[in-house]
Write a protein that binds this ligand. Sequence first.
Ligand SMILES: Nc1nc2c(c(=O)[nH]1)N[C@H]1C(S)=C(S)[C@@H](COP(=O)(O)OP(=O)(O)OC[C@H]3O[C@@H](n4cnc5c(=O)[nH]c(N)nc54)[C@H](O)[C@@H]3O)O[C@H]1N2
Ligand SMILES: Nc1nc2c(c(=O)[nH]1)N[C@H]1C(S)=C(S)[C@@H](COP(=O)(O)OP(=O)(O)OC[C@H]3O[C@@H](n4cnc5c(=O)[nH]c(N)nc54)[C@H](O)[C@@H]3O)O[C@H]1N2
Ligand code: SF4
Ligand SMILES: [Mo]
Length: 851
Amino acid sequence: MKLTRRIFIMATGISAGSLMVGCAGMSAAPLHSALVPRKAKPSSPAVGDWVASTCQGCTQWCAIQIFVQGGRATRVRGNPLSKTNHGYVCPRGHMIPQQMYDPDRIKVPMKRTNPLKGRGIDPKFVPISWDEALNTVADKMMALRAAGETHKLMYMRGRYSPTSTELLYGTLPKIFGTGNYFSHSAICAEAEKMGPGLTQGFFGYRDYDLANTNCLVAWGCDPLASNRMVPNTMNRFPDIVKRGTVIAVDPRLSNIAAKAHEWLPISPGTDGALAGAIAHVLLTEGLWSREFVGDFKDGKNLFVAGKTVDEAAFVEKETHGLVKWWNLELKDHTPAWGEKESLIPAAQIVRVARAMGKAAPKVTVWMGPGAAMHPRGTYSAMAVHALNGLLGSIDAEGGVWQSGSVPLAKFPKLDKYVDEQAKTASKGKKLDGRGAKDMPAMMGAKPGSGVVTNNVANGMLKDPGAVKVFISSWSNFAFSATGAQRWEKALAAVPFFVHMVPNASEMTMFADIVLPSTFNSAEGWSIVTNMGNGHAYASIQQGAVKRLWDVKQEETEVMWLLAEKLKARGFANLFDYYANEFKDPETGKAPTTALEFSEIATKMTSAPLWMAKEPLKGDAPINGWADFKKKGMFSGPRYTLKKGWGGKFNTPTKKFEFYSESLKNGLLEHAKKYETTVDDILTVSGYTARGELAFVPHYETVKRHGNLADFPLTFIDYKSRLNREGRSQNTPWYQEFKKVDPGDVSWGDVVKMNPVDGAKLGLKNGDNVTITSVTGTISCQLKLWEGVRPGTVAKCYGQGHWAYGRVAAKDFVKVIPRGGNNNEILVDDYDRLSGATARNGGFTGVRIQKV
Ligand SMILES: Nc1nc2c(c(=O)[nH]1)N[C@H]1C(S)=C(S)[C@@H](COP(=O)(O)OP(=O)(O)OC[C@H]3O[C@@H](n4cnc5c(=O)[nH]c(N)nc54)[C@H](O)[C@@H]3O)O[C@H]1N2
Ligand SMILES: Nc1nc2c(c(=O)[nH]1)N[C@H]1C(S)=C(S)[C@@H](COP(=O)(O)OP(=O)(O)OC[C@H]3O[C@@H](n4cnc5c(=O)[nH]c(N)nc54)[C@H](O)[C@@H]3O)O[C@H]1N2
Ligand code: SF4
Ligand SMILES: [Mo]
């Protein structure tokens, strides 16, 4: 037989397939299973079952079904019952089998035998039993109890299950006794929540009525490829384009920008200026919503550029502080001024504002992290979201909605299992520095209440003795957090670190004990909740497939087993809580094994859905646990419009606040704590506003790291359409299809630069380059591309893994990354009002040099 290329590829594909079923051996070459040709039509119908579960490839948490054949997952689709994804997954849902059957998965617990820690230092992991692993962890924890140092246990979660996280994140720190437990949410999108939070009292992600909207404004997000509700957006998008206007505000030509009627390639970080100029047009041209905002007493529009307005002349309806906002911020912010700041032509600002005004209230300003996750992001998030208030689209048909929920049960109270030592220890100061004078972290408008995830590394570096035992799950901060090098240093100094993950990542390379986790979307148990397309829902995760390796679910099974070990050493409270309080809601039976505990906890959470005495509002009744497992999800009724209207917003005035009383109260409280003024707090926290301006949505200039002479280009970052957050880069499909990201190439990593800049710098397509900022240097290739304006360069987040496996890294053994990790050049800075980590808004200056 002649060895054609096609047959050769098939042959390598077959050996790849056999590796995937569990061989631990590391082959040198990547597995190109994505390239195995498939037959167009199967010769016989596939035999198997569609098993319901939930994808956690992004924060939409889609209800899905997995096609299981002989215990193996072979395909994924949306749950046909889903009112949110319409039975479809986005491209990342299809990657589930490849991520789960990654031959580089951790197959057994391991311990480190090399005490030295650092990038490129072989941990010399050796396999151990679960028993030995958990004995070691329990011994280390008991030593903390004995020394009265339980607060030196730190737990950090990355992604998690919204329900079973209560059994670890919500339980272990309280019962064992530490205040040092942190969520990853501040490296996620917390600053975005400040927009709706400080105006309408809703600190959450919004839902958008895409079925009815006539104007979709994707502002700092790319919902055809990332953000939330991707399957719903893909479904609704063609009709919106036909019947209305699509506007994209993004410095780069994103997927949605490429298909939009209007692309506004904004100068990074100037969103507050553009939003202000749009608001100025809406007001001066009389395009605001009379129904939501109200009107002038005598009906005559007094919003004239440059002129203040008497507050008494305007009667507001559902809002508060419109005239204050105009007088303090908007009156001089004409389209011409907006153009100067944002580089968007004044004529386009006017055109877009009119299109939005014409469609109101059926307009959705979909504000994403691009407008918010930067050092002054709270204010631009407020400015962009406030447009929804002006247009009256809040809670309106075709507009922007708050979330709903479906009834779930809470886990039993744990108070009586918290002893005195734990109670005292958990009250200590938290390592993330929240609530410090220069870190108000005002999530929920309460100072000191928000997590400052990325600052934990700084806390650890400042006080090397603070953490003696560090446990973390579903996280990879040495890759995913800006200023990633700090995490490498901080992790190298931790005496004992336990990582609970299915794949060994950068962070795992610093672990003393590695506990192999289930891949939750198909091997674990929990209930996941979310909303989208007007429906809140709960969706199951169940052990849909046969586990191929000796893995356990970290939030449930591992906790049960660890609790047993602690009990055997004289600390019984954790185990007693799990064993005494958890009972199967059907049979009343208490769990006796880790796996039973996991399933019983899932049943307990979801019981109100399938054991409901009265029929629930929403989907048809579910008859028992077996029926729920089969259906896999429950959706509540359609969103009730005008939820916050009529004085029901969760703000001090009960109105939609253009003048944020909640922000004012929070800032005053924080200033009082430090016996100083609000202006002083704003100064030390890096904001430019002084006086009353601090309480209204407004524009703050870009806070830029790196002077223009040494770092002349502005760097922006965004997600790959194929990123399952930081977790899919070891799949061949990710690498093979990487070119789906506009401007990108397969199997590589490129920084995109406008050809005008390329010519100036003498750089060509395909050049190997370094990108340098004040924090570090990374390497990748150059791509000349007109999708970014001169002066700005764009690079996708995702590549640059130096660990994670043979596909993700260019050379795993030699510790050579495939491209560069953006987080090694992005500066560790914060939107200090929320505590969120900056990654957008062009706050990092770079220079690019040919190597
Ligand atoms: N530059 C830049 N940085 C970013 C972003 C960006 O856009 N640009 N995005 C940010 C955002 S929005 C987020 S949310 C964070 C995410 O960042 P992190 O919270 O750190 O999460 P990931 O990097 O996605 O998690 C990777 C780890 O999860 C493990 N894992 C995968 N599946 C499972 C599972 O089922 N169970 C368990 N226990 N572990 C699992 C993998 O083995 C891996 O070690 O990154 C942030 N970092
Ligand atoms: N494909 C994919 N989708 C995901 C995820 C994923 O990993 N992959 N993760 C999920 C998670 S955890 C989260 S938190 C969400 C959020 O994720 P996204 O909504 O995707 O947010 P970012 O990744 O921060 O993307 C920022 C966007 O803003 C643009 N941008 C950068 N700077 C500026 C600026 O100054 N102004 C404006 N207007 N735009 C700017 C970028 O080009 C990019 O389009 O996505 C979820 N969806
Ligand atoms: S990656 Fe996100 S949008 Fe895509 S299928 Fe999974 S949960 Fe849904
Ligand atoms: Mo996120």
